[in-house]
Design a protein around this ligand. Structure first.
Ligand code: LMG
Ligand code: NDP
Ligand code: PMR
Length: 394
């Protein structure tokens, strides 16, 4: 631990804005993490580990958009209220986004949640105006429930303008895998396969909407991108040749891990985020031109206080927020992260499709670069084909 502490204190991360994703790893010098040259630490003072030049792990700002929060162009004044489905809106980022959008008054939020009562309480205590939200049951760990949700939504008679795939589980301390109703490892089953089926089914509904800026958004993460320091904290995301996924991720006649390796809950989560980011790009390639829908993913910042870390050890939960606030400076509050995702839903300047959005420390959005694996078109296509089979679409 002393060694780890010393290593951490050497960290300063003057990230190279023009850094390349194909970094050369020369040394194992940070908690056993291979750190590329351009991420190398720089000692500032004995305690004051100073990390310059944020955003950390975001390498290239191709465009920077200072997004006005309330930019409502003249011509859009008569626009009807938009309908947005947000999965996992009962806590954390999803709840904060639901609140940010509902308070704008131009959105009706369908909170798609596995725990109806929890969602109702959360919406009430967040003060979301009653007329601006509806809660509908969705358990992403059951494909049957996903299909049921889609039917229920269709029966509601609402048009669908934007879908936000936000829900996720993270099981970093699990020794053994657990499984969805259909027998897929739970993190990939929920975070990727559940959302894959949901978005495939709802694509038709979004297509039919008459809303001018239709969007499908999937929440990604820095930790799935190995072109960043955060993405190099072990265990690292790696889908390999997808042999475990091809085998059904059931832990019986195939591995529970996408790459066919031994179960590791933290890796399974990061792998699932890679799937989310690959899926968004594959949607873009297949459907953007034909439908005009914008497909996007994002890294909203490190929201170190959310329920995502509920399964981590108590010491981690205690130290992680101050670590992110004062050391990495990657921390963002739930409220701020909610504003960011709300921008991707509704801001007229963030309509570009196929983009992975990130924000710098002044909360200006920019198009970020995905890792080599998370932007590999062959892998995206293979992932799409296997996922279609697993969820019963092919
Ligand atoms: C691993 O554990 C699992 O083993 C693995 O299986 C997998 O699940 C993985 O990716 C998930 O998690 C995680 C963790 C467990 O181990 C670590 O990786 C250690 C890093 C944890 C990161 C958070 C620690 C941050 C500590 C910072 C202290 C905050 C101070 C803020 C004030 C700053 C003022 C300028 O281990 C733990 O969770 C235990 C965590 C103990 C970490 C101790 C590390 C020491 C870092 C020293 C920082 C120096 C700051 C000194 C200031 C002290 C003031 C009190
Ligand atoms: P939370 O745990 O606070 O929120 C996750 C939400 O997902 C909860 O509402 C949870 O429901 C829901 N959920 C979990 N399993 C299912 C399921 N089977 N069916 C339906 N809903 C489910 O975490 P965050 O707000 O932090 O996470 C939101 C998104 O942000 C995730 O995609 C995560 O990967 C991403 N993210 C988070 C970061 C962070 O630092 N926190 C950083 C980068 C990305 P319930 O309330 O019932 O548990
Ligand atoms: Mg990470 C250098 C910046 C940075 C950023 C932006 C994050 C984000 N993390 C950074 C650095 C580090 N983290 C370093 C240097 C370490 C080693 C001390 C470290 C460790 C660490 C752990 C153990 N970090 C973590 C964990 C988790 O369990 C979290 C995780 O991987 O969840 C999948 C996590 C995260 N760090 C982040 C972010 C955003 C997370 C969690 C959320 C997510 O990706 O969805």
């Amino acid at each position: 631990m002393a060694l780890q502490t010393a290593s951490l204190l050497r960290l300063a991360l003057p990230l190279h804005k023009e850094g390349k994703s194909s970094a050369s790893f020369k040394e194992l010098d940070f908690l056993g993490i291979p750190v590329p040259d351009h991420l190398k630490a720089e000692c500032k003072s004995s305690l004051g580990v100073r990390i310059r030049d944020l955003p950390l792990g975001t390498f290239r700002a191709q465009t920077t958009t200072r997004s006005p929060t309330k930019a409502a162009p003249e011509g859009k004044k008569t626009l009807r209220k938009g309908n947005v489905i947000i999965t996992g809106a009962s806590s954390g980022l999803g709840l904060a986004t639901a609140k940010a959008l509902a308070e704008k008054g131009q959105w009706h939020v369908i909170m798609a949640c596995r725990n109806f009562l929890k969602a109702e309480r959360a919406a009430k205590s967040a003060g979301i105006p009653k007329e601006n939200y509806t809660i509908m049951h969705l358990d992403l760990a059951s494909l049957e429930s996903v299909r049921q949700f889609v039917n229920n939504f269709r029966q509601s008679g609402r048009q669908l303008d934007v879908l936000v795939c936000n829900a996720a589980v993270y099981l970093p301390t699990a020794k053994e895998p657990s499984f969805t109703a259909e027998g897929f490892e739970l993190s990939v089953g929920t975070n990727h396969l559940g959302h894959f089926l949901l978005s495939r089914l709802l694509l038709d509904d979004i297509k039919q909407s008459d809303y001018p800026a239709k969007r499908l958004i999937i929440v990604g993460s820095i930790t799935g991108n190995t072109n960043t320091l955060a993405g190099n904290v072990p265990p690292k995301a790696n889908l390999g040749d997808l042999r475990g996924l091809t085998g059904g991720l059931n832990g019986i006649n195939s591995s529970a891990m996408i790459d066919g390796g031994e179960f590791d809950g933290a890796k399974a989560y990061k792998d699932s985020k890679v799937c989310n980011m690959l899926t968004m790009q594959e949607f873009h390639r297949r459907f953007h031109e034909e439908t005009g829908i914008s497909f996007a993913s994002l890294y909203p910042g490190c929201i170190a206080t959310t329920g995502l870390f509920r399964e981590h050890i108590p010491l981690f939960r205690l130290l992680f927020p101050p670590f992110q606030k004062y050391i990495t400076r990657g921390y963002v509050s739930e409220e701020e992260a909610g504003e960011r995702l709300a921008q991707v839903v509704s801001d007229p300047s963030l309509t570009k499709s196929g983009v992975y959005w990130s924000w710098n420390k002044n909360s200006a959005s920019f198009e970020n670069q995905l890792s080599k694996e998370a932007s590999d078109p062959q892998k995206a296509q293979k992932l799409w084909d296997i996922s279609e089979k697993l969820v019963g679409l092919a």
